[in-house]
Design a protein around this ligand. Structure first.
Ligand SMILES: Cc1cc2nc3c(=O)[nH]c(=O)nc-3n(C[C@H](O)[C@H](O)[C@H](O)COP(=O)(O)OP(=O)(O)OC[C@H]3O[C@@H](n4cnc5c(N)ncnc54)[C@H](O)[C@@H]3O)c2cc1C
Length: 379
């Protein structure tokens, strides 16, 4: 049964309906096979782009959908309920546009944002390195000032859509320490930029995650976003929004696992009754439902604060922590509800469980979310 959502406008209700229609047609039928074959969902991105679903939280003047975060995140949730890898890539694409939208000059925005938000291009976000994940300030990839711009040397890791994206929001070192990082917008075809082979992952296998190697790649000065040395604060500001995207994806995944588990529990019989009618199992499902509703409530709270222009960094971390832990628990319990069948690839719940795990790790592990929350409490 579709989630009964509280939406702010008629337009938002139509948008959710449109998303469900498209996702049922272009995501749902292909998710399992494409994940198994590690096949890139090119057609899916094209369809989402054509429907305007790749630019929702950005203003119309740049070709965006002008939707509040509250609505954009619920769209992401609907996508994730059909195909988590695609929803993650959509969230990362939004994240990759954030630095230019918030910190770019009007001239940079006019030149590049409309194309990035056109639905024809996909963006990637390149902060992490092999030795610098949680400790992003330890990154080493270097941007050396040269005549007319910067020369980039070094390697990046863990890039969602690496080798597939059309542009990369890159963080590289222009000086020492945490104030020595800068943000750049790198077109995919840049000479001296190459990508490693996709990581062999536990889940989200249809969308590649790769390393990138920069070998003397030249970027014109105009490709610097924000001021030199402002990179880390740009990266973290973008991640506040990105974390909400991941919270929404995790909620969609958990909702789907719950829906599948409830449907199965109404069909499957043991001891002469539907298993849902055994109180011990009914309570497992009830806890799953409570976890999904709580996850949604926390990300919506943070999103509404963001939409109202209020600080929301702590609430974004709470949402990421609560929703992704919920996704892990709910998907694991869904496997339990399916019994032995849950442990096989005959049903998708084992995939949901594998997919849920990464949501606790990327865009700041859940230990790092606790750090953000604790620091805010200690202020
Ligand atoms: C599938 C996938 C996709 C990704 N996509 C992207 C992407 O698109 N762009 C990008 O930039 N990055 C991406 N990442 C990288 C991801 O954000 C990092 O993996 C993550 O931030 C953790 O960094 P790490 O792997 O280096 O782990 P580490 O930082 O080495 O952490 C290892 C463990 O130590 C814990 N830990 C570390 N520091 C502390 C601390 N201070 N207190 C308590 N515990 C701590 C962590 O929580 C974790 O459990 C992706 C990763 C994966 C696996």
């Amino acid at each position: 049964m579709p989630v009964d959502r509280l939406l702010p406008t008629e337009e938002a209700r139509d948008l959710i309906e449109l998303t469900r229609e498209i996702a049922d047609k272009v995501l749902e039928p292909h998710a399992a096979e494409f994940e198994k074959r590690e096949q890139y969902p090119e057609e899916a991105f094209r369809a989402l782009g054509a429907a305007g679903l790749l630019s929702l939280p950005y203003p119309e003047e740049f070709g965006g959908g002008a939707q509040p975060y509250e609505v954009y995140l619920q769209v992401l949730e609907e996508l994730a309920a059909r195909w988590a890898a695609v929803a993650v890539a959509v969230s990362v694409h939004s994240l990759s546009c954030h630095p230019l939208f918030v910190f770019g000059t009007p001239e940079q925005q006019r030149r590049w944002l409309p194309e990035m938000l056109s639905g024809n291009l996909i963006g990637a976000y390149s902060l992490s390195e092999a030795h610098a994940g949680s400790d992003a300030a330890a990154l080493r990839c270097k941007a050396t000032a040269v005549e007319g711009g910067y020369r980039i040397d070094g390697s990046k890791s863990w890039i969602t859509n690496g080798g597939r994206a059309d542009y990369y929001t890159l963080f590289a070192r222009t000086g020492d320490g945490s104030r020595g990082v800068s943000c750049f917008l790198v077109p995919a075809g840049t000479e001296g930029l190459g990508f490693g082979k996709p990581e062999e992952k536990m889940g989200l296998r249809a969308v590649p995650t790769t390393t990138a190697a920069y070998d003397g790649a030249f970027l014109p000065a105009e490709r610097l976003i924000g001021a030199e040395g402002q990179g880390l604060s740009i990266a973290f500001s973008a991640l506040d929004s990105g974390r909400l995207g991941i919270a929404a994806v995790a909620t969609g995944l958990a909702q789907r696992a719950l829906d599948d588990a409830v449907a199965y529990a109404k069909e499957r019989e043991a001891f002469g009754r539907r298993i849902i009618d055994h109180q011990g199992l009914g309570f497992v499902l009830a806890d799953m439902a409570a976890a999904v509703d709580s996850a949604r409530a926390t990300y919506l709270d943070a999103a509404r604060r963001r939409d109202a222009g209020l600080p929301y960094s702590r609430q974004a971390s709470v949402a990421k922590l609560v929703a992704t832990d919920a996704a892990m628990k709910v998907t694991t319990d869904a496997v339990q509800v399916f019994g032995g069948y849950g442990y096989t690839q005959d049903f998708p719940v084992e995939r949901y469980m594998r997919e849920a795990k990464i949501t606790q790790i990327f865009e700041g592990t859940n230990q790092i979310q606790r750090l953000v929350i604790a620091r805010d409490l200690a202020r």
